[in-house]
Ligand binder design. Structure first.
Ligand code: IPM
Ligand code: MN
Length: 352
């Protein structure tokens, strides 16, 4: 098959980790007889510097014309430390999610047998963990009306959801649960928030369409606790934008390194794949960043965007092999020899 893939490397370590995912994807394509054409496009601080905005129309056109988008990371400290900055790299990410209609963010958390003791959590707590968050990505407090009043002394961010927004996300959650262990947890704060009550009521009404799925409703604060106590008791979790942002960072700790977890963002049409970590500015250009989250995002791309599970498995297998053989970056090396970002990528591509 032939694919066009938009390549949005972004900022910080983005370009370095993306390079490795490209290498590995090309090796898989070669092995299975596919042809990938990469379409690089500007985003993030890099795009602000070049054309004055973080998600330019030219980049949007390239994404729309592609079969999938592979994304690195965005964010730069020079914006973080300047609350008055008018344009920020993160705005590009939000604009991109909205304009591409990427309302469902799939963030799996799983453990790697060879890394189980690298997690700060005890082995018996995390063994067997294999859960997926479905985070709503284009609504809620991220996109509600925000502003200042009283001469800037009062600030507000509105959290708004429509029933239709909840339904389309929940539908993906039920469908995903059907392909897994048929357990779905709706994470909300329905004891306090009206939007959460709408979420709960909407999901409850959908239960009858999926009689095999066992649904639980849990408050977000309790989930934050149980997630580190008994993560292996969860399967599919659905939640709104901000809760999902926070809980998926928490969940990434279970696997042992933030540098390991991939993600997919989906809507009705195009899908985007990206590591869940940020741009890690301190590591930029040092060849130390862990490329595995991006490489595993490429695996998700083959599996979900192109419906090529064997190609995805080839990537997952070679990643597992690299971990077992200690071909790892410094975040996982634990005093043993650490390999560079590029060297890990070269090894993976050569061993596909
Ligand atoms: C994420 C990130 C973004 C978010 C930031 C960079 C805007 O933290 O993808 O989780 O909050 O969604
Ligand atoms: Mn986040």
């Amino acid at each position: 098959m032939k694919f066009n893939i938009a390549l949005l490397a972004g900022d910080g370590i983005g370009p370095e980790v993306i390079d490795q995912a490209v290498k590995v994807s090309d090796a898989v394509a070669k092995k299975f007889g596919h042809e990938i054409t990469w379409k690089p496009a500007l985003t993030g601080a890099a795009a602000i510097d070049e054309v004055g905005e973080p998600y330019p129309d030219s980049t949007h056109e390239i994404c729309l014309a592609s079969d999938a988008v592979l994304f690195g990371a965005i964010g730069h400290p020079r914006f973080d430390n300047d609350p008055s900055a008018k344009v920020r790299p993160e705005q590009g990410l939000l604009k991109m999610r909205k304009k591409l209609g990427l309302f469902a963010n799939v963030r799996p958390t799983f453990t790697f047998p060879s890394l189980i003791d690298k997690s700060p959590l005890k082995r018996e707590r995390i063994e067997g963990t294999d859960l997926v968050f479905l985070r709503e990505l284009t609504g809620g407090i991220y996109f509600g009306e925000k502003g200042r009043r009283d001469n800037g002394e009062t600030a507000y961010d509105n959290c708004v959801y429509t029933r239709a927004e909840v339904q389309r996300l929940a539908k993906k959650g039920f469908e995903l649960a059907m392909t897994r262990s048929k357990k779905l947890c709706c994470v909300d704060k329905a004891n306090v928030l009206e939007t959460s009550r709408l979420w709960r009521e909407t999901v409850q009404a959908m239960e009858k369409d999926y009689p095999e799925v066992e649904v639980s409703y849990e408050f977000v604060d309790a989930v934050a606790m149980r997630l580190v106590q008994w993560p292996n008791s969860y399967d599919v979790l659905i939640t709104e934008n901000l809760f999902g942002d926070i809980l998926t960072d928490e969940a990434s700790v279970i696997s042992g390194s933030m540098g390991l977890m991939p993600s997919a963002s989906m809507g009705s049409d195009i899908a985007l794949f990206e590591p869940i970590h940020g741009s890690y500015p301190q590591a930029t250009g040092l060849n130390i960043a862990n490329p595995l989250a991006t490489v595993l995002s490429a695996a998700m791309m083959f599996e979900t965007a192109f419906n090529l599970p064997e190609e995805g498995k080839a990537i997952r297998d070679v990643v597992n092999k690299s971990l077992a053989e200690g071909i790892v970056t410094e975040d996982l090396a634990d005093g043993a020899k650490a390999y560079g970002t590029k060297e890990v990528g070269d090894w993976l591509a050569a061993n596909i």
